[in-house]
Design a protein around this ligand. Sequence first.
Ligand SMILES: O=C(O)CCC(=O)C(=O)O
Length: 283
Amino acid sequence: MLLIEKYLNTTIRHHIFKRTTRLFTTNINNNNKIDKINASEINLLKEHYFENQEPVIIENGIQHWPAIQKWSDIEWMKETYGNHIVPVEVGKNYVDSEQHEIPLGAYLDYVMKKDTKLDHGELPTLYLAQYDLLNQIQELNDDVISPFSHQDTNKFNIGKIGKGDLYSTNMWISGANTASNTHRDPLNNIFCQVVGRKYFRIFSPENEEDMYPNHSVFNSNTSRVEKVDCSQKEFDSAGFPNFYNVKYKEYILQSGDMLFLPKYQWHYATSETISVSVNYWFL
Ligand SMILES: O=C(O)CCC(=O)C(=O)O
């Protein structure tokens, strides 16, 4: 905590995503579950889900990554790579959110504390989000096997999909109960859950009109609805009456799972535990 406080007094940079801390529930309604396939059915990802732009979970799709075992030891990660300086988002939402550069070790200390009952809600909301740590730390890159790699013939491999343009690879490291706000991205996403559990809610494209995007051009990819699990009355008084009926699918990714999230679909994610993920954006 002391280290975090020390390093929070550094340069402010532009943030990309809104986020907030919200109380999450693990109650998943079976009727709402995102479809699930296993790695041997990978052809369905291309032939059905990508073609129809429908989300799908590939259960255990990255179970063969060395990262699954190695990164689960956060203390080891801290000891080994703790001196690297990384950008961390600080703040509950985009209005307060700032980006600070701190040592990875200080951030991982925070993450471990956030995961215990030692955090009585006093800790600020920090998030190492959407950052290409794999490019910064080559050894970490060696622990993952890109699902787009053509060398990975024996294991799960997507190979060429869509236009075959991989736009970026990012890491997401968060403490328990860290959430992204509801937003959408212009790229297809393969989201890989390496450590811990992460809840995803993906809103139906047919309710596009009822997502209440921000008015400013810069934030128009982010919804103004921050509290999503409300009664009709609460949505009415918050000025988002139609949100109550918006359809969605949901799932809790476990370590080893992979999610295909089609471009432009509104969604948010919440870490249920310490969480480390890698995602690939592509067209
Ligand atoms: O994991 C998160 O917090 C958000 C991930 C996300 O929104 C994305 O990959 O598009």
